[in-house]
Design a protein around this ligand. Structure first.
Ligand code: GDD
Length: 323
C-alpha cells in the first residue's frame, strides 16, 4: 500500500510516519518544502521517500500526487499555532484552506480513488456553553481565532468534496495532543522546556506563562496518530469524528503536574504577550462516535505523556531554539 503524509516533518506527521513504518507492506511518502526542518524524521530518513512540493502551488501538488499515486493520504500539513493566526491571518487561511483545495483538486484531476484523512480541529467549536459539554460532532462552530476559522474551512471543504465528487474523505477533529517532539511554542512543550532549562541551571527559576484559566482535552500524540490511521482503515467516508480523551484539564493543573514530575522549585509569572485577543475557555470532547466506528480508545495516561515530554527536552535542549 502506498501512503502519503503531508506535514510529515511536523510533530504529528513524524509520529504517524513511525506508526506506518511498524506496519508491513507500506511504501511511505512525504512531501517537503525546501525550507522544512527535518529533525523529527532524521531517524527514519532511509525508510521513506520525500518529494519536494508546496501545497500552495497547484501545479507542483498535482505533479507530486500523480507521481506517488497513493492509496491513503493523511493531510496534516498546516499552519497549526493559534497565536500565529492573529499575526498572519491571511497566511494561515491560505496555507490551510488553499493547500487542502490544491490537494483535493490534484486527487480529483488525476482520477485517484484514494482515501483521504483531513486533520481538522476542536478549535472549530471555539466558544462552547457548559451545557454542551462534552462536545459532540453536531455542536455548532463558534471559532474564536483565524486558525479556528481556517479549520472550519478545511472541514467544510472536505464535506463538500465528498458530497460533490464522492471522494473518500474522512474528517477527524483532533483535540489537543502532545508528547515528545512537540514544537516549543505549544503550552505543554513550552512549560516542559522551561522546566528542564531551570533544572539544568540554564534559566532563572521563573516560569513565564499565559492564560492558566483555560481548559483543554489532551491526548498523547501516539494515541492521536493511531486514531488517524484507524480513521482511514475503518472510518466512513463523508463522516467527521472527534478524537480526544473525554477529559478536560485546566492549564494550571498541567503546569502543576509538570512541576510535580520534575520536583523543581520555581516562581510563576504571567507574561502578557502570551495572552490572546480571545482564548477558547474550555474544550472537552466526546469520542463515542469514533470509538463505535473504529474501536479506538486512548491508551497513554497524561502523566506518562508529560513525563516523556520532559525527558524529550532533557535529551534535546537545542530544539528549544526552533519553532
Ligand atoms: N502556547 C501557550 N503558551 N499557551 C498557553 C500558555 C503559554 O505560555 N499559557 C497558557 N496557555 C494556554 C493558551 O492560552 C490555551 O488556552 C492553552 O494554553 C493551549 O494553548 P496551545 O498549546 O497553544 O494550544 P491551542 O489549544 O491554542 O491549539 C492546539 O490545539 C488545537 C486543538 O484544539 C494546537 O495544537 C492546534 O493546532 C490544535 O488544532
Amino acid at each position: 500500500m502506498r501512503v502519503l503524509i503531508t506535514g510529515i516533518t511536523g510533530f504529528a506527521g513524524s509520529h504517524l510516519a513511525d506508526l506506518c513504518l511498524e506496519k508491513s507492506d507500506i511504501e511511505l511518502f512525504g512531501i517537503i518544502r525546501w525550507r522544512s526542518r527535518t529533525e523529527n524524521i532524521e531517524h527514519i530518513w532511509d525508510r521513506l521517500q520525500l518529494l519536494e512540493c508546496d501545497l500552495r502551488d497547484a501545479n507542483s501538488t498535482r505533479d507530486v500526487v500523480e507521481k506517488i499515486s497513493p492509496d491513503y493520504i493523511f493531510h496534516l500539513a498546516a499552519q497549526s499555532f493559534v497565536p500565529t493566526s492573529w499575526n498572519a491571518p491571511s497566511e494561515s487561511l491560505s496555507t490551510n484552506i488553499l493547500g487542502e483545495l490544491n490537494l483535493f483538486e490534484a486527487v480529483r484531476k488525476a482520477g485517484l480513488s484514494c482515501r483521504i484523512q483531513i486533520a481538522c480541529s476542536s478549535e472549530e467549536y471555539g466558544l462552547v456553553a457548559e451545557e454542551e459539554l462534552p462536545i459532540r460532532e453536531s455542536n455548532p462552530f463558534r471559532p474564536l481565532s483565524p486558525y479556528g476559522v481556517s479549520k472550519v474551512g478545511q472541514d467544510m471543504l472536505g464535506y463538500q468534496y465528498y458530497k460533490s465528487y464522492g471522494m473518500e474523505i474522512v474528517r477527524t477533529r483532533g483535540f489537543n495532543h502532545t508528547g515528545p517532539r512537540r514544537g516549543p511554542v505549544f503550552v505543554c512543550s513550552d512549560f516542559a522546556r522551561q522546566i528542564t532549562e531551570i533544572e539544568s541551571g540554564r534559566k532563572k527559576p521563573v516560569m513565564e506563562v499565559g492564560n492558566l484559566e483555560a481548559s483543554r482535552d489532551f491526548t498523547d500524540v501516539r494515541d492521536m496518530v493511531r486514531g488517524y490511521w484507524l480513521a482511514l482503515e475503518k472510518g466512513r467516508a463523508g463522516e467527521v469524528y472527534n478524537i480526544c480523551s473525554g477529559r478536560s484539564y485546566g492549564i494550571q493543573s498541567i503546569l502543576d503536574m509538570l512541576i510535580d514530575i520534575s520536583g523543581v522549585e520555581l516562581e510563576v509569572k504571567q507574561d502578557k504577550s502570551r495572552l490572546r485577543p480571545s482564548d477558547v475557555p474550555r474544550l472537552e470532547g466526546d469520542y463515542s462516535k469514533f470509538a463505535a466506528d473504529t474501536g479506538w480508545d486512548p491508551e497513554i495516561p497524561l502523566e506518562k505523556t508529560l513525563s516523556d515530554l520532559l525527558e524529550f527536552w532533557r535529551q534535546n535542549p537545542e530544539r528549544g531554539k526552533l519553532i
